[in-house]
Write a new protein. Sequence first.
Length: 132
Amino acid sequence: NICEINIDDVVLYMNKSCPIKIDESLTLISIKKDTSYLKYNYAIDENYVSFEEFASLLNLLKEESLKSITGDLKTLLVNSQFGIMYNYKGSISGKECSFTLDYEDILNCSFELSDETINEVKDIYDSFFLNN
């Protein structure tokens, strides 16, 4: 039951699997918890994509990330009154960029993605990062 799972359990479980390679250009390094956010820390492999190219997509990433918070994850975040902070660090330059989804953003987002839309976004993402 999702109501019995707490944020600390999720962080502990996810960190046991880290690092998690998302694709050729992105690796989830760790997840940390502070007072009101889960902080997802990613490394950008700048051998596949420049930091500047990646950073130019932050608004799209923020929009799509908010849309993807559904189901059990959304319930967990809303019940815990937590947001998510996404931190990205270039593997070569060491440059950093980030965006935040506040608790209120997650609470008020009722957008659900269809499987077809998720696959379309994934195809666009893959074609951009795998071909650059």
